[in-house]
Design a protein around this ligand. Structure first.
Ligand SMILES: NC(=O)c1ccc[n+]([C@@H]2O[C@H](COP(=O)([O-])OP(=O)(O)OC[C@H]3O[C@@H](n4cnc5c(N)ncnc54)[C@H](OP(=O)(O)O)[C@@H]3O)[C@@H](O)[C@H]2O)c1
Length: 334
């Protein structure tokens, strides 16, 4: 099986490549060559910028692959470029989409499956919907078979670890040092965190699996939980308990809209997904890495890389804590 992955050195890409190599696939990755990432085994590299559409498309004009996996397509023009590059030159095209394509409302069945309305809040989600439509049209035109895979929050070594209010969360240092942590809402919002090695399995084993042609799949682990669970189990990595200070999302975001943008656009809403369709059609897709174990591995890696974010000298966070306590908000043990 000849597979081309657009990206390849990023977080989820590395989980995918690990499982593709385990399947014995012949893997080529395409990226700008700006990141030194440990890729296990033999992976061929082609360097270039996908946003230079003419060169990108010419690079692959005389090549064909069984499967192309596009990890870094975020806009309609990029999607159209991929169709020009790979239409008629691959059997299957796997597009890495996102659960941010769904409406943030809570569905009647509570957990979002792949049929739920795609009415996103973020520009990121809106653009990914447009990409999905481009690829579906390409399938209708007979250019290739398309599989949309929609990860939700995916984490793992090589990247920082998110919390409820920011991507590169200072909360981990606060938890380790027994300091209280701020959480949006009442901490009862639903969430799911999936390790990139588990997520990568769905991409790798969807490859050349005819059941996945023309289908969309959520790529999350089975256990949805609340933010209180997220923090309690996260703090257990340090053998600690954590005190949470619950404040309204708008109040937190107003303190630094850029820093707390993830809360504004994503984590203030329920983020709970049903991936049973993926497990049905791709039996190899089983998530095995539980949250405390994956969080521990990721946090150890952050420390090893010297990327640990200290909670000292963080006047924005400190002023939020002071204001909340002064207003009479009581910390709650998660
Ligand atoms: N992580 C999550 O929680 C999450 C959740 C939902 C969906 N997703 C989706 O996951 C995908 C990201 O996957 P990932 O984690 O493997 O990627 P990533 O960590 O964002 O890494 C990006 C990869 O693409 C390459 N790249 C970036 N810009 C490029 C360009 N202009 N031309 C060529 N190569 C380029 C990078 O290498 P160079 O820098 O060397 O070029 C790198 O290999 C996105 O589609 C995102 O929407 C992620």
């Amino acid at each position: 099986m000849r597979v081309l992955i657009i990206g390849g050195t990023g977080l989820i890409s590395r989980g995918i490549i690990k499982h593709l190599l385990a399947r014995g696939a012949d893997v080529t990755m395409y990226n700008r060559g700006q990141r030194q990432a440990p890729i296990p085994g033999e992976v061929k590299a082609v360097h270039g910028d996908r946003n230079d559409y003419a060169t990108f498309e010419k690079t692959f004009a005389s090549q064909s692959f069984d499967v192309v996996i596009d990890m870094i397509c975020f806009s309609e023009p990029q999607a159209q470029s991929s169709v020009r590059a790979f239409g008629g030159r691959c059997e299957q095209f796997i597009f890495c989409s996102t659960v941010c394509t769904y409406s943030p409302q809570t569905p009647g069945r509570v957990i979002v499956d792949e049929n739920f309305e795609q009415n996103p809040v973020t520009q990121y989600g809106k653009d990914k919907v447009l990409c999905e439509r481009v690829f579906e049209q390409a399938q209708s035109d007979g250019k290739f078979k398309v599989t949309n895979i929609r990860p939700s929050s995916t984490y793992g070594p090589g990247n920082p670890l998110i919390d409820n209010i920011e991507f590169n969360a200072v909360a981990w240092d606060r938890m380790e040092r027994g300091r209280p942590v701020i959480c949006g809402g009442d901490g009862l919002g639903l969430w799911v965190s999936t390790h990139r090695d588990d997520c990568g399995k769905l991409f790798a084993y969807s490859a050349l699996n005819p059941k996945t042609y023309g289908q969309s799949y959520n790529a999350t682990r089975e256990r949805n939980f609340t933010w209180r669970d997220f923090y309690r189990e996260g703090a257990s990595v340090f053998g600690k308990k954590v005190n949470l200070i619950f404040m309204p999302a708008d109040w937190i975001v107003a303190h630094d809209p850029k820093r707390f943008g993830v809360l504004d656009g994503i984590t203030r809403y329920h983020g709970a997904y049903d991936s049973s369709k993926a497990m049905r059609d791709v039996p190899e897709f089983r998530c095995e890495i539980d949250w405390p174990r994956g969080a521990q591995e990721t946090l150890e890696d952050v420390k090893r890389r010297g990327a640990w974010r200290s909670s000292d000298n963080d006047p924005v966070y400190e002023s939020m804590i002071e204001k909340a306590l002064a207003a009479g908000v009581k910390p709650v043990e998660a």
